[in-house]
Design a protein around this ligand. Structure first.
Ligand SMILES: Cc1cc2nc3c(=O)[nH]c(=O)nc-3n(C[C@H](O)[C@H](O)[C@H](O)COP(=O)(O)O)c2cc1C
Length: 386
């Protein structure tokens, strides 16, 4: 556990206790600034080992950051200051905490705490985005009274919430299973330079693949065109059109345990693909479209029994849940994740309802990774005990 120099450092002691209460062994690394907020001896008393503060401390034999990074199963930085996150995002390793972070290749959770303006500053937002892209998880900050007397976003999450996030980061409940996720929109070509597309960004599918891999699954991501980076540990297959996506999925469907169809697959494609760029003409022009295969319904019809577990998405602009329930029956899938178009596109959060034959669970607005975890929890419960 890393403790950096913010007011919330006093709550780090409670987090140590909470992690120990849950049966974990804890060792603490503090920044120099953190020692001004809370005495190292507090952590010595709680953990039985003096916290590491100084990389150059002669008491440590050899490289203490390497030793700590090899010892730990997970790292949590709580509180995480703007300064320490900036250093971590930049790969700077100028003290024991940041050197250990750079040496550590397991799951990392940051629990930021700072004044609202520091949290909202573009530099902090950039660093948080970079750390997320590097695979780190975040918990908080939450809204409430701040040490400055202001009220706003910036409070460190509560110790039990952080402890749960640390435990979630080391979960391997999908180990041994293969999860196929489709993501993004499709591009249906009209001519060499034009296509019909949609506004899906792929974020939900990428979050699903990322979380599946983080939970130990072999995650296969069949992705339409997108600008997103491949999440770590994910096997990515790039496709362009609905037909290419169908071919990639049919090739793999027999060897997977679950399929989550988060892609926004075009229902139609142009009847003809022009080999040359279409010229403009005077007056209106019409375009003939033909139906694309319904990949999800095809999987539902192919499947015997309930293997692989099949999850579809329903993006609607009206009657969201009734439409999802109709889709569930019509396409013979196990779960339909229903969302409203205005809640879903391009954002990093989503508000969905999980609709199954015998249940309906409305989730609050959550980060897409947390939505992914809720979907994967549902899927995991339908897979055999490993
Ligand atoms: C009283 C006081 C409270 C502070 N609280 C915070 C805080 O909550 N969050 C934060 O990011 N920085 C806070 N800072 C600023 C950091 O202590 C400062 O950026 C420091 O360089 C952080 O070093 P570290 O990241 O190496 O621990 C505070 C500073 C002072 C003097």
């Amino acid at each position: 556990m890393g403790v950096s120099g913010g007011i919330a450092a006093y709550k780090a002691a409670l987090l140590v206790r909470e992690l120990m209460r849950r049966g974990h062994e804890v060792r603490v690394v503090m920044t120099e600034a953190a020692t001004r907020f809370v005495g190292p001896i507090t952590f010595t008393g709680l953990t039985g080992a003096p916290p590491v503060v100084d990389l150059w401390d002669a008491r440590y034999a050899g490289e203490v950051h390497v030793e700590l990074a090899e010892w730990a199963d997970a790292m949590v930085v709580a509180p995480a200051t703007a300064h320490t996150m900036a250093r971590a995002a930049g790969g700077i390793a100028n003290d024991a905490l940041t050197a250990t972070l750079l040496c550590f290749d397991g799951p990392v959770v940051f629990a930021p705490a700072m004044h609202t303006r520091m949290w909202k500053h573009p530099a902090t937002a950039r660093n948080v985005a970079q750390l997320r892209a590097d695979g780190a998880a975040f918990v908080g900050p939450t809204e409430g009274p701040l040490a400055s007397g202001d009220v706003g976003l910036g409070r460190m999450a509560e110790p039990d919430v952080i402890a749960a996030a640390v435990e979630a980061s080391v979960r391997s409940d999908l180990a041994g299973f293969t999860v196929l996720v489709s993501a993004g929109g499709t591009h249906e070509d009209l001519d060499p330079v034009r296509f019909l597309g949609n506004r899906s960004t792929g974020k939900m599918g990428y979050a699903l693949a990322e979380r599946a891999a983080a939970r130990g699954a072999h995650a296969v991501l069949v992705s339409g065109p997108t600008s997103l980076a491949t999440p770590s540990g994910v096997e990515r297959i790039d496709v362009r059109s609905a037909l290419e996506m169908e071919a990639a999925i049919l090739e793999r469907r027999g060897s997977v345990d679950a399929i989550v169809m988060a892609a926004a697959v075009a229902d139609y494609r142009p009847a003809e693909l022009a080999t040359d760029k279409l010229k403009k003409t005077d007056g209106p022009r019409s375009l003939e479209l033909v139906r694309n295969p319904d990949i999800l319904a095809g999987l539902g019809a192919w499947r015997e029994g309930s293997h692989p577990v099949l999850v579809g998405f329903a993006l609607e602009t009206q009657d969201v849940v009734p439409n999802a329930r109709a889709k569930l029956a019509r396409k013979r899938v196990d779960l339909v994740v229903a969302n409203h178009a205005t809640d879903a596109f391009g954002k990093s959060t989503n508000r969905v309802t999980l609709v199954a034959a015998d249940s309906e669970t409305a989730l609050p607005e959550l980060d897409k990774r947390d939505v992914a975890d809720a979907i994967l929890d549902w899927v995991r419960a339908r897979l055999p005990a490993s």
